[in-house]
Design a binder for this molecule. Sequence first.
Ligand code: 5AD
Ligand code: SF4
Length: 442
Amino acid sequence: MNAPRNPRTFHVKSFGCQMNVYDGERMAELMAAQGLTATADADAADLVVLNTCHIREKATEKVYSDIGRIRKQARETRGGEPMIAIAGCVAQAEGEEIVKRARVDVVVGPQAYHNLPELVGRAARGEAALDTDMPAASKFGALPSRRKVGPSAFLTVQEGCDKFCTYCVVPYTRGAEVSRPWQAIIDEAKALVDAGAREITLLGQNVNAWDDDGRGLHDLIAALDRIEGLARIRYTTSHPNDMREGLIRAHAEVEKLMPFLHLPVQSGSGRILKAMNRSHSRDSYLRLLDRVRAARPDIALSGDFIVGFPGETEAEFAETLSLVDQVGYAQAFSFKYSPRPGTPAAAMDGFVPAEAMDDRLQRLQAALNRDQAAFNAATVGRTCELLLERPGKLPGQLIGKSPWLQSVHLVSEARIGDLIEVEIVEAGPNSLAGEVLRRAAA
Ligand code: 5AD
Ligand code: SF4
């Protein structure tokens, strides 16, 4: 290994979910607090952190090929290899195996990354540097406070999962459900707002299971609602079984809570839902959505779907299509089932052939795209507030988010971070165009 002894520059690359993006940001802040400089160019960095995802497809193989590519590129462009740290869920699942197979310098699991500086120090001295512990004390207390963030920021409030859906690796890589304490979250939210955030998205694998001594997510949302300077609150991902009355009511009562709900269902077939160990039925899910819509009629609904779960028949897949027709999602994610080593479903019979899997995914995505386009088209002519998040491709163009999480582009003199009132004038399948009506009060 010819890794630089003490890295001076670093690059963090995050894959997968928003919680990984959040973890990647916190790792970057941690390394910056140690005096290292972030670089946008992975080829130029002394330390490359790959913050990996293990949820679907050939995640592990992809990590190994990424490591090879990064090394080769660095050798060609600067004549040496960077120090490589593997973080995230592949690190947790593979552990020592990655060191053996790819000679990486550091392996750190999602619950141990507060130890990253120490591990990097060990690696720089040529010592073994692996930490996949899931300690009882939370890593969050050991992280530096938030400094510089964009207008829309993530805040992890809950991690892990006790639901054990039979296809899912998360309970094994992220551990049991743990809620961060109330005050730590409020402090971090205030720090984010002081650092420039106007919108906070509360994150958790089961964010709506968040709890602190009887206080639930809706209480937390009510407290965030009182933070001056914070304009918008979102949360994701929710589990249907943790969707309590208080949270549904918050959608009717809390103005800052945006009209958007990501509530994965995975399948429309009762038999498949049972085999997935989802602990909700098709009917209980649909009844829940009725209550949410009664509280907030304009709410944009989003979901996750898996096609080709072991044993899924064509008729059972058709039940997923009919559920989609019934709900009318504003957007959704859909995936082909991928066996995760060590999960119960990976040992189930009834493997669905690749062609059927592809065909089902295509038909599901066609239905979801149709509904997304219809939802977007229905907002044309509406007036809403946009939070401006980034510049667009054309000169003077800005891109902001509508309350329903749609990307809207427009030409305006306003600045990133401003809230402006616009009329939606045009809708495509993935983005909309708006015209400025006026600037909202800061
Ligand atoms: N195969 C395919 N999709 C999966 N997901 C989770 N595990 C698997 C798997 N083994 C999907 C689910 C989940 C989303 C984050 O990823 O839809 O909600
Ligand atoms: Fe995975 Fe199910 Fe937990 Fe979601 S609820 S993280 S799909 S086990």
